[in-house]
Design a protein around this ligand. Structure first.
Ligand SMILES: C[S@@+](CC[C@H](N)C(=O)[O-])C[C@H]1O[C@@H](n2cnc3c(N)ncnc32)[C@H](O)[C@@H]1O
Length: 235
């Protein structure tokens, strides 16, 4: 990873979360306190090991994201960071660099998308998004993307602000997968993708391979912040 001085990094404070959102799980299901005992669960939570779908109001749309938090794959859970990121976009969409007039038609790619919430957020702001993950996660990701696209189109047929979302397999470091998505991108996004040391090298290589001189990278981890940097400056 580049040093802090090489990164044109801006720390962008996340929005205050509603109570239900703040209580969403941030650890794998098997490690969550009370995961084996439904009686001890707080039923006011937006998300829990027994939640199979999450409904989130975002930029005037109601998104429904299916998940399977009890599967062994991390990508089938909607992680806190993706909800923080989506709400961050909403909060910053009225003016500045995240308003739809600035993002309309920009190409964005989501790495390690899981259930796809963050990529849908970028598409709601007008981006043309390629949302990607490992092959095991793609069926659920495709289902979430297709259903939400069709709900958004039905509920607001005149909305010209929605960009587009397509789904692609992208295993970090896989040159064929990277070539197939046709870099460079204007934005590369990832939520809760920095969690394991051995994945950092392929993740960074992938970010650099997907980048051009003007690419911006947005990474969000919870309970940290949204970090924006330009990978090509100083590298
Ligand atoms: C903790 S989950 C976060 C999922 C989603 N971004 C979210 O915030 O809800 C980490 C994601 O990274 C993906 N991932 C892990 N290793 C990967 C790799 N080598 N290539 C591509 N994706 C990977 C997983 O499949 C998973 O979807």
């Amino acid at each position: 990873w580049a040093s802090a001085t090489q990164l044109d990094a801006a720390l962008l404070a996340p929005p205050a979360l509603p109570q239900t959102l703040a209580a969403a799980p941030s650890t794998p299901p098997e490690l969550r306190p009370g995961s084996s005992s439904p009686d001890s669960m707080d039923y006011d939570r937006l998300n829990s090991p027994s939640t199979s779908a999450i409904t989130l109001e975002l930029m005037g749309h109601r998104l429904h994201i299916s998940q399977d938090p009890n599967s062994k794959h991390l990508g089938t859970t909607v992680w806190d960071a993706s909800m923080v990121f989506a709400k961050f976009l909403e909060k910053n969409s009225r003016k500045g660099r995240f308003c739809p007039s600035k993002l309309k038609g920009k190409r964005a790619i989501e790495l390690g998308a899981g259930c796809g919430l963050a990529g849908l957020g970028m598409a709601l702001l007008g981006c043309d998004v390629v949302t990607t993950d490992q092959v095991e996660v793609l069926p659920l990701l495709m289902r979430n993307v297709e259903r939400n696209k069709s709900w958004i189109a039905q509920s607001n047929p005149d909305s010209g602000s929605f960009g587009s979302v397509t789904v692609a397999e992208l295993d970090w470091g896989n040159k064929e997968h990277i070539r197939a998505v046709e870099p460079p991108f204007d934005y590369i996004i990832g939520t809760d993708v920095v969690y394991s040391e051995h994945l950092l090298q392929p993740l960074l290589e992938t970010i650099i391979a997907l980048s051009g001189p003007k690419t911006k990278v947005l990474v969000c981890d919870f309970p940290a912040q949204v970090v924006l940097f330009h990978p090509c400056k100083g590298l």
